[in-house]
Design a protein around this ligand. Sequence first.
Ligand SMILES: CC(C)(COP(=O)(O)OP(=O)(O)OC[C@H]1O[C@@H](n2cnc3c(N)ncnc32)[C@H](O)[C@@H]1OP(=O)(O)O)[C@@H](O)C(=O)NCCC(=O)NCCS
Length: 323
Amino acid sequence: MVDDVSTRVVVTATAGPLSATTADAVRTLAQRAAAVDGVAPLSEQPLLWLTDVEAPAVHLQATLAGSLVGYAQLDTGSQTRVKAELVVDPAHRRTGVGRALLARATTETRVVDGRELRVWAHGDLPAARAFALSAGMGVVRELLQMRIDLTARPSREPTLPPGVTVRTFRPGADEDAWRRVNSRAFAHHPEQGRMTSADLHAREAEDWFDPQGFLLVERDGKLLGSVWTKVHPAGEHGPERVGEIYVVGVDPDAQGLGLGRALTALGLDHLTTVGLTAAILYTDADNTVAVHTYERAGFVRAGADVMFGLDTKSSPRDVTMGI
Ligand SMILES: CC(C)(COP(=O)(O)OP(=O)(O)OC[C@H]1O[C@@H](n2cnc3c(N)ncnc32)[C@H](O)[C@@H]1OP(=O)(O)O)[C@@H](O)C(=O)NCCC(=O)NCCS
């Protein structure tokens, strides 16, 4: 007889922040999974939300005899969708832990009528595909990871439209103006357009934050757009440090002037100057303008994160992406 561990797995839901000890246990679990899968199962936002008092998050902990064997975080900040990321300890897979977490995530989602559950799978791993399929979920969104070899990039002065100047972000002074342009630039984006001032301050407090790599373009003192870069330590995206074009945004009134291209080039110039040899970025696969801009800058497709949803009737192309 097969011993179904799920009968002994306990899933608990916590609406507030996790204790420092539990948050550490989640980080360790995520690191163990990343070492086995070759990709981190939890992205930056859920990691920042583990201990965030104000985060609209529900934490699901799956424990077996008191030890954490699985974790899921639900973003409950929207009335229409709950977004989840979930991970099961590699030593406890194929024993029903994932299914138990997903069942609880479904129950938590139904707390608000008509809300749908969406689950991110980073790296589009075969296990995640099989798992989602077995739960009757289909692909509803695809996020591309693109990569560029900075050593093969020809050095060229970025061309800025007349009157446009560049300067670095000033912490404590530029937050409001940056958030205004960011929310206008990403009005239809499910995550980026929602960045609150608490989200921005949390990122400014991170070790990687460097205003020298956060560049603003202005005309007549008015902010038109920005490029924010990030440096990942060795081990996160390969053996070497890797740069990231973290956010590029241009105000809708200034779009079509070539600023997106110029900002991407400025960001890559900065990452090259600080000694990096490769950079990555993430973009929605159906954002053809962005994908085209990055391909022209020399980026190539290197991987994908896939979002699964419960609407299985439509193929990915038929589904309204909502972004
Ligand atoms: C995907 C993941 C959460 C599955 O967790 P799990 O606890 O192993 O899943 P379960 O044991 O509950 O499996 C439920 C069903 O999913 C399918 N499944 C899960 N892993 C599978 C695999 N490696 N190959 C084939 N089918 C698989 C099976 O149908 C399975 O039922 P079965 O074991 O009775 O055949 C786990 O592999 C993981 O943490 N991966 C890294 C993080 C990730 O990708 N998260 C996103 C999930 S959408």
